[in-house]
Design a protein around this ligand. Structure first.
Ligand SMILES: NC(=O)c1ccc[n+]([C@@H]2O[C@H](COP(=O)([O-])OP(=O)(O)OC[C@H]3O[C@@H](n4cnc5c(N)ncnc54)[C@H](O)[C@@H]3O)[C@@H](O)[C@H]2O)c1
Length: 532
């Protein structure tokens, strides 16, 4: 059970989950806590340590805009007098510890770093049940999927350890005489070295998996890691961090600070101690990338993944992929199918088949492992409802009746959607899927490319040549042929174009992204060509 057994030390007597710093579980001196509301019951489920106060936020904003020591000192004094903002100090301490621990960690042999990660992966998998329980209660993830997320995370950590040993164990040797005018008198040795302190910010929908996909590459590459989990999902993430703690990583190397992103986010992302930010989430990532300093950024943001269906497609395959791709975890996946662009001649058949498959989806609680569970928050449900109402007013055809109870929204397919409807472009992050009927493939590609997002897309056809041409024309980070978009397997490259992100994820790319190249040049007194 969550917060018991090996997890007892992560929660205090008042049932507030602690934050993790310097190898210990601590209570924030702010005395504040943030409630995590169970999306199903809509009642507070857990509490985590609170974030910075307004004054801390203001200090941070002033620090960014004015850079004035005077103002910082003034607001710190106000904080101290009124005893309000200590989280800022706690974050500062976390950053200092992370910096110190990283220096030693970078000198720890690669095989030993890998050993630690393998150990953490095994502990994580051993404790999948209590972590999955948190996912069910915090983000209403169906019970089986919650377990899968934890197991997949353990596998990702192990794979990253192995991949890191392989790719970081190799460097490059260059000789100078390939560039005009040079003799072979210089040898350049280059290898990959860590960046320093990596700040990881995952979203609510995969708070464990999208945290370890940042933590493991950072650590294997010799960085230290500060995690800021999403509020919904924070308790699952804290349990996951305890698994890393139990694996015996050095003190200060890994930290986890909680609090509302809107409150402590700026202070963290603009902190001078951070050398790299790996963020997954929505538009917040665009704002962060504008504010962050000159440090490497990995941004995995929203998507409006299009599913283009041609006349010759296997319609049963299309229907099952649309339902799986559009409605799994109630559509709250970055790679969910978010708009269907179907050729008019097969549109009626597809809509009928999708409706028939949707009718089999169970709707209810995550504990009962239902297919469709409540969306993460009331505000999220209200946003989805806004898109549905807009589509109704503008004449979309409702294939089912719109139903909502609290945060639970019944799966809905909207046919005859037109480009003037918000649902044609916006990411609902809920179980509502628009169908746009197209009269040519070009029209489908045009709609896909007119989106400000460019995460993934998919195309269904039996003609592989056409599929390749369409894939080349779609401005998205990945195109799936004859399958719904998906992140994974986790070693595949994963990236978004345009507002969907910068940089590329996937195990190998993440390890590389969290390193920089270091060269040493050996200058010989005379050119050296051949032996003998
Ligand atoms: N491309 C991908 O790989 C991928 C994967 C999963 C989810 N997503 C996207 O994530 C979104 C849903 O997740 P969400 O609602 O948790 O996203 P979000 O942007 O609201 O939050 C993401 C994270 O940012 C934190 N945060 C909020 N304000 C912050 C600030 N000012 N500074 C720093 N951090 C801050 C949040 O606490 C959370 O941890 C969707 O748009 C979805 O498409 C993308």
């Amino acid at each position: 059970m969550a917060g018991t057994g090996v997890f007892t030390e992560i929660v205090d007597g008042d049932q507030v989950y602690k934050y993790y710093a310097d190898g210990e579980w601590k209570k924030s001196a702010s005395g504040k806590s943030v409630s995590i509301v169970n999306p199903t019951t809509r009642k507070p489920q857990y509490k985590v340590q609170g974030g910075a106060t307004r004054i801390a936020k203001l200090t941070c904003v002033i620090r960014f805009h004015c850079g004035s020591i005077f103002f910082i000192a003034f607001f710190r004094l106000v904080d101290w007098v009124f005893g309000t903002a200590c989280t800022q100090e706690e974050v500062n301490k976390v950053m200092e510890a992370a910096k110190a621990a990283q220096k030693l960690w970078a000198r720890t042999p690669l095989w030993k770093r890998a050993e630690h990660l393998h150990k953490a992966a095994a502990i994580l998998k051993e404790h999948k049940a209590p972590i999955a329980e948190c996912l069910v209660k915090e983000i209403a993830k169906p019970a089986k999927d919650a377990v899968t997320e934890v197991v997949r995370s353990g596998d990702l950590v192990s794979y990253t350890a192995e991949e890191g040993v392989r790719i970081l164990g190799e460097g490059k040797l260059l000789v100078s005489d390939s560039f005009p005018g040079n003799e072979r008198s210089k040898y350049c040795l280059s290898s990959k070295v860590p960046l320093g302190v990596v700040l990881a910010i995952p979203p609510f929908n995969y708070p464990v998996n999208l945290a370890v996909s940042k933590i493991a590459p950072a650590l294997i590459a010799g960085n230290s890691l500060v995690l800021k989990p999403p509020t919904q999902g924070a308790v699952a993430a804290l349990h996951m961090i305890q698994c890393f703690h139990l694996a015996g990583f050095p003190k200060g190397l890994i930290s986890c600070v909680t609090g509302k992103g809107s409150e402590i986010g700026d202070f963290l992302t603009m902190h001078p101690g951070v050398n790299c930010i790996s963020f997954t989430g929505g538009d917040t990532g665009i704002a962060i990338s504008k504010k962050a300093g000159m440090i490497p950024l990995q941004m995995e943001l929203g998507g409006k993944d299009a599913c283009i269906v041609l006349e010759d497609a296997d319609l049963d395959l299309v229907a099952s992929n649309i339902v799986k791709g559009g409605y799994s975890y109630s559509g709250q996946r970055c790679t969910a199918v978010k708009v269907v662009l179907v050729m008019e001649s097969v549109a009626d058949a597809i809509v009928e088949k999708v409706k028939a498959t949707m009718a089999k989806l169970s709707v209810g609680s995550p504990e009962d492992d239902c297919d469709i569970t409540p969306v993460v928050s009331e505000s999220s449900a209200n946003f989805i409802e806004g898109l549905v109402k807009d589509a109704k007013e503008k004449g979309a055809t409702f294939c089912q009746e719109y139903q909502r109870e609290g945060n639970l929204i019944w799966p809905l397919l909207l046919d005859h959607v037109r480009p003037d409807m918000r649902i044609a472009w916006e990411e609902p992050f809920g179980p509502v899927l628009p169908v746009i009927r197209i009269s040519s493939v070009e029209e489908g590609i045009h709609h896909c490319n007119a989106s400000n997002f460019g995460l993934q897309g998919c195309v269904f056809t039996r003609d592989i040549n056409k599929a390749i041409l369409i894939s080349d024309a779609m401005e998205t980070g990945t195109v799936q042929i004859n399958s719904a978009p998906a992140r994974g397997p986790d070693h595949f490259p994963f990236q978004g174009l345009k507002d969907s992100g910068i940089g590329s994820q996937g195990i190998t790319n993440s390890i590389n992204m969290m390193t920089k190249i270091k060269s040493t040049v050996i200058n010989l007194p005379s050119p050296s060509y051949t032996m003998g």
